[in-house]
Design a protein around this ligand. Structure first.
Ligand code: ADP
Ligand code: MG
Length: 403
């Protein structure tokens, strides 16, 4: 059932509480924002609310707050400044999460104004009120507004006071980013156009058991690369040398290999090296010939070709997890090769769900080549597992009244 969106409610003159995800990466030394993608992705919803004459009251967390020192590092003050530059409207920052000053500032708002509260997780120093979804806190924050727009997909796998808590007290609709994530990832998992091809990689099988199982059940083909592939190679009886390999998952991999015989496609060649760094030499080798002192770092050219061919004609592609240690220059080729293969598909819905894979595709210049690059790392992973996310569940269904 489709969800209500910000387009389905009255905004003019309303105090619109908006949960955004401004949990952006900061430079450890300077504290500067190193990637403002999440702020950029939240702009359409905020712009729409203020253009319609709503008063936008924004909530977000940033990092984890366990000490007074964390508060200094994770204030939202610089985020307010960046948002203001991007949206070209003054953003009033209120350096607190509750109390008279905040209430007064909200009272003083005119239609079309934007206000940002301090980091919602500052409440965590006070008995984890935000992260444990303290009912009083959700109720208090809800009392500051008339309606609630949840646009924080990146937090949707969590049941916190600033999403589920507020939504338990006032009507909740989705923002445009949330709507996009639900349509793309939710759509691919529940109602994909076939052929549907999933590409899975990243570090470990154990992080992704439920994703592999869910996608193996739904996709027509599943291509496996990255660190997780060595557990599968081991299950096939090959030597994997020093490669990352989870012995306690080999049986699981064996079962999947049996169950998904026709669907699973594994690498046939690999870039191997004797050290986990970018300075040591490397060679490409068949998966049947990994030496005891070598470790697999990336998929090889023959595998890129094999995967590229497997992708031809795909109508839906979901990708989670890089194909190699893409952080090292020598081992970017596999991940770039897959970006390229996906970029060349015509008439396909192509989606990346996964923090590192999304970062890799953006870093390699493929941001515009995918139908959708998810803003949620953990959230997109859980969505791909087929789970119902608490932050999505609280959004009202459309019924007859939408659109
Ligand atoms: P995502 O965030 O996209 O879900 P993961 O967090 O599961 O992806 O995995 C990303 C990490 O996997 C990267 O840091 C990458 O270096 C690592 N990785 C990929 N291939 C290998 C490999 N062959 N050996 C070790 N680590 C790998
Ligand atoms: Mg990751």
């Amino acid at each position: 059932m489709p969800k209500k969106t910000v387009k389905d409610i009255k905004l003019k003159g309303q105090r619109v509480l908006v949960r955004v995800d401004f949990n952006v990466p900061l430079d450890k030394e300077t504290g500067e924002i190193t990637d403002d993608n999440r702020i950029v992705q939240a702009l359409p919803t905020i712009k729409y609310i203020i253009e319609q004459g709503g008063k936008a009251i924004l909530f977000s967390h940033l990092g984890k707050i366990k000490s007074e020192e964390d508060k200094i590092k994770n204030t939202l003050a610089p985020i307010a400044r960046r948002l203001s530059e991007l949206i070209k409207v003054e953003v009033k920052f209120v350096p607190t999460t509750r109390g008279v000053k905040l209430e007064q500032a909200i009272n003083d708002m005119n239609n079309g104004d934007i206000l940002l509260l301090e980091n919602t997780r500052f409440e965590d120093l006070n008995g984890k009120k935000e992260s444990k979804n303290d009912p009083e806190l959700g109720k208090y924050w809800a009392s500051l507004g008339d309606v609630f727009v949840n646009d924080a997909f990146g937090t949707a796998h969590r049941s916190h006071a600033s999403n589920v808590g507020i939504a338990s007290n006032i009507d909740c609709v989705s923002g445009f980013l949330m709507e996009k994530e639900i349509n793309f990832i939710g759509g691919a998992v529940s109602n994909p156009k076939s052929p549907f091809i999933a590409i899975l990689g990243g570090a470990k099988v154990s992080d992704k058991i439920a994703v592999i199982e869910n996608l193996l059940a739904k996709a027509d083909k599943v291509l496996i690369g990255g660190g997780m592939n060595y557990t599968f190679l081991k299950a096939q009886g090959y030597n994997v040398g020093e490669s990352i390999c989870e012995l306690e998952r080999v049986d699981f991999a064996k079962k999947l290999l049996e169950k998904g015989k026709e669907k699973l496609i594994l690498p046939i060649d690999i870039a191997v090296s004797k050290a986990f760094n970018n300075d040591a030499p490397f060679r490409y080798t068949s998966v049947t010939d990994i030496k005891a002192d070598e470790m697999g770092m990336d998929i090889g050219p023959k595998t890129i070709e094999l995967f590229t061919k497997a992708l031809i004609g795909a109508k839906t592609v979901v990708w989670n997890g890089p194909m190699g240690v893409f952080e090292m220059d020598n081992y970017t080729r596999g991940t770039i090769g897959i970006c390229k293969a996906i970029a060349e598909l015509k008439d396909a819905t192509t989606i990346i769900g996964g923090g590192d894979s999304a970062a890799a595709a953006i870093q390699f210049g493929y941001r515009d080549k995918f139908s959708h690059i998810s803003t949620g790392g953990g959230a997109s992973l859980e969505y791909l597992e087929g789970k119902t996310l608490p932050g999505v569940k609280v959004i009202q269904d459309c019924g007859k009244h939408c659109g």
